[in-house]
Design a protein. Structure first.
Length: 310
């Protein structure tokens, strides 16, 4: 049985994950238990992308250590395999130091990869990848997404239609092995690598959507458009994978004159709502997840956390 413990807090965007994790860590510290937070957010790994990824400012972290935030530049590659290695080492270190690692974030695939590993997929094929990229260039990434939906609906729900990198990899794996990503994952050994207490936060759909809209408005009021301008001036343009993240892509389109600012804001809110739905779909398929309504359920996190620590 795995010995290392990790408490996981996930859920859709704007459900209050970061706040819950920080409050838990502060409360545990008050009881003499060291807790550190590890981010499982595929957007917060990038430096210089703060407003659009809703990072908690260092001065607001109340002295709680946060890890795997601001670790690569926007033009550098980062994926689930790299996350798994880095997060695993942080969990081991915190456990050895008699602390509790709190993993928090909405990138469900990364959390799954940490707990269950990644299947030994085929080596990348330059020929297949170039052909798929050529198709995307000629017909758009939506065409690749439609192909993926036909062969692997579950992965298509998880991967955004504009995420060229992950669409190419999913289709590449299918072409090289004859099996979809979902089939590969289901054939994996399902013994967890860690002793995990896994929470998923949820809210009434109307409340969640209202919070998403308010968050986008706050990002814009805080200077999100200026952040995207600065990224472009620094050389981090809209062609990068990091700039396909919701919010950044739409504001790049506005700066390129494709859409108005009002249209961009509307699109950001709509795409974020769609993303929240995909996160919920993913989480509902995960095993051993305790669902909590964040309006009522915070005390349950504390209660279960104390028992988990032992």
């Amino acid at each position: 049985m795995p010995k290392n413990k990790v408490l996981i807090i996930s859920g859709p965007t704007a459900s209050g994950k970061s706040k819950a994790a920080l409050e838990l860590a502060v409360c545990l510290r008050g009881q003499g238990i060291k807790a550190e937070i590890i981010s499982a957010d595929s957007a917060q790994v990038y430096r210089y992308m703060d407003l659009g990824t809703d990072k908690l400012k260092p001065e607001d972290r109340q002295g709680i250590s946060h890890h795997l935030i601001d670790i690569v530049n926007p033009d550098q590659h980062f994926d689930a395999e790299l996350f798994r290695g880095l997060a695993g080492r942080e969990i081991d270190r915190i456990n050895q130091d008699r602390g509790l690692p709190i993993l928090v974030g909405g990138t469900g695939f990364w959390i799954h990869a940490l707990l269950y590993g990644l299947f030994p997929g085929p080596a990348r094929s330059a020929e297949v990848r170039e052909e798929l990229k050529k198709t995307a260039s000629e017909k758009g990434t939506q065409h690749l997404h439609a192909q993926l939906s036909a062969i692997d609906p579950e992965s298509a729900q998880r991967i955004h239609p504009n995420d060229l990198f992950r669409l190419v990899r999913a289709l590449e794996v299918y072409q090289l092995t004859g099996k979809s990503l979902t089939e590969h994952f289901k054939s994996q050994q399902k013994e967890k690598a860690f002793n995990a207490l896994y929470f998923a936060l949820n809210l009434d759909r109307n409340i969640l959507y209202e919070r998403i809209g308010r968050r986008v408005d706050e990002m814009m009021a805080g200077g999100f458009l200026g952040e995207v301008r600065k990224l472009r001036e620094t050389g981090y343009g809209p062609e990068l994978v990091s700039q396909k993240i919701i919010g950044y892509q739409q504001l790049h389109e506005h700066l390129d004159g494709v859409i108005t600012l009002e249209q961009a804001i509307h699109a950001i809110k709509a795409e974020t709502r769609h993303y929240a739905r995909r996160q919920l779909i993913w989480l509902r398929k995960e095993k051993d997840v305790s669902w909590l309504d964040m309006i009522k359920g915070y005390d349950k996190i504390m209660e279960k956390a104390r028992g988990f620590i032992g």
